[in-house]
Design a protein around this ligand. Structure first.
Ligand SMILES: Cc1ncc(COP(=O)(O)O)c(C=O)c1O
Length: 469
């Protein structure tokens, strides 16, 4: 009897976990045929951004603005105070940014790039050099349009998809100091620090690194400005991986992290669980005054910044939910679940698995396709054809052209991002996605690559059109 029981008993050291929510409303999705999808991707110029959403079965294009809001957030929409000036929802938002991120002065913007525009215009002058831990597409274009150029000072391991360094988002302080000395402090308007680093595969920055970065920058009088878009995922990784933080709450880690920076811009469409919204937060009153003045030119009055009162309310409430330990554990846990399956099947992905997405390593996936034939773009198109799963290229197409030479930039990382919206898909969706990618992997020899047939001037990956070579 005892022996039989013990044979049947599952391994009790392996505990399943479940998301800390249940579903109240559903949105139907549509399965289509392979033939139909092959026609749609051709029509879309082999660019997943140009597909219609209704032709997508599982949409993992981005985690930006695609999260499911909670009943608490939806209830907040009904409390929208749609006054032109001084909406009460702005004050709620302001109070929550001050409470959870710790900054003093807040300017709302319609989304992240609205804040990137303001911060770049305020800080950067022609000829400046902005150091940062790897570029981000919209961040860099605003820095360039303001007259600056971006200089990558991330640790070398960030460019190696197989390095398992736990904090691949860290700034290489030696590289940064050499740059400051080389170009002169006067040409460095600020350090552009991202947490986590999207283009490196959702990789975090350690608390030790940001602390030391701040000390170094204080020595030169250079401000540290944070792209806080996924700073809560970063705080979770610090809790899990950095000594001394295991027993701390994610909310406390976030506050400490931000305290080493002078200000921050935010795409609230990610961590903050809303479909639209952003902000700029600064501790320097004079810079804030400039931002508050400039926002009325580009976004709207400084108490709405291009947003409806209800959007600001949803954001204020989303911030409260986003710092909950149970939420963030489940969010990152789902990404790890998908990544774990792919690893088990030996599909090449970026290690360690990121916070918001699994990144497929297209260079190892398609070693026979040269980078200027867009291997990652090819892979994203194939995954769509296979199962209607939409993903995004993060490689040579996203990197764009060097504004000086007009030549392609050749990034070391040639990736497909499989981004997971928050609180939207189930484990079954992850299973279907993993199986589709595995199928494409087994048929990898058939892929030939793509060539560009239309290329817009700015952020070309959004609207470029390609065709098979
Ligand atoms: C790290 C990072 N910064 C900034 C942005 C820009 O934000 P938005 O899309 O809200 O303009 C994004 C969006 O993808 C992002 O991932």
């Amino acid at each position: 009897m005892t022996t039989e029981n013990s044979l049947r008993k599952r391994d009790s050291s392996k505990k399943s976990w479940a998301e800390p929510w249940k579903v109240k409303m559903v949105e139907p999705t549509r399965w289509t045929t392979r033939q139909y999808r092959a026609e749609r991707i051709q029509e879309a110029g082999f660019n997943t951004f140009l597909l219609k959403s209704e032709d997508v079965y599982i949409d993992l294009l981005t985690d930006s603005g695609t999260s499911a809001m909670s009943d608490y957030q939806w209830a907040g929409l009904m409390l929208g105070d749609e006054a032109y000036a001084g909406s009460r929802n702005f004050y709620h938002l302001e109070a929550n940014i001050q409470k959870f991120y710790g900054y003093k002065y807040i300017v709302p913007t319609h989304q992240g790039r609205g804040a990137e525009h303001l911060v770049s215009q305020i800080y950067i002058k022609k000829g400046d050099v902005v150091p940062g831990n790897m570029y981000f597409t919209t961040t860099r274009i605003h820095q360039e349009l303001a007259g600056g150029s971006f200089e990558d000072v991330i640790v070398d391991e960030a460019h190696d998809p197989q390095s398992e360094r736990p904090f691949k988002g860290d700034v290489d302080l030696g590289k940064l100091e050499d740059l400051i000395k080389g170009v002169g402090r006067d040409r460095i308007p600020y350090v552009s620090l991202a947490a986590t680093v999207n283009m490196a595969g959702g990789q975090p920055v350690s608390m030790q690194n940001v602390r030391e970065l701040r000390a170094l920058c204080d020595g030169y009088g250079v401000p540290v400005l944070l792209d806080a878009t996924r700073a809560i995922e970063n705080a979770y990784f610090i809790q899990q991986r950095e000594e001394g933080y295991r027993d701390k709450k994610v909310a406390d880690i976030l506050l400490e992290f931000c305290s080493y920076t002078h200000g921050s811009w935010m795409s609230a469409k990610k961590d903050s669980l809303v479909n639209i919204g952003g902000w700029l937060a600064l501790n320097d009153w004079n810079k804030f005054e400039e931002a508050r003045n400039l926002v009325v030119v580009y976004e709207g009055l400084h108490t709405y910044g291009g947003l409806a009162g209800r959007d600001m309310e949803a954001m204020a409430r989303g911030i409260e939910e986003s710092v909950d330990d149970g939420h963030i554990r489940a969010r990152v846990g789902q990404v790890e679940y998908l990544g774990g399956k792919l690893l088990d099947w030996e599909v090449p992905i970026v290690l360690p698995i990121g916070g918001h997405a699994v990144f497929l390593d297209a260079k190892r996936f398609y070693p026979h396709i040269p980078q200027d034939r867009f291997p990652a773009q090819t892979l994203a198109a194939q995954i769509y054809i296979e199962a209607g799963v939409r993903t995004m290229e993060r490689g040579i197409l996203s990197a764009g052209r060097d504004p000086e030479t007009g030549r392609h930039r050749y990034p070391k990382l040639e990736l497909v991002r499989v981004a997971i919206p928050r609180r939207v898909y189930t484990q079954a969706h992850m299973d279907v996605t993993a199986e589709a990618i595995e199928e494409v992997f087994w048929n990898r020899d058939r892929a030939k690559g793509l060539k560009l047939v239309y290329e817009p001037k700015y952020l070309r990956f959004f609207q470029a059109r390609l065709e098979p070579v």
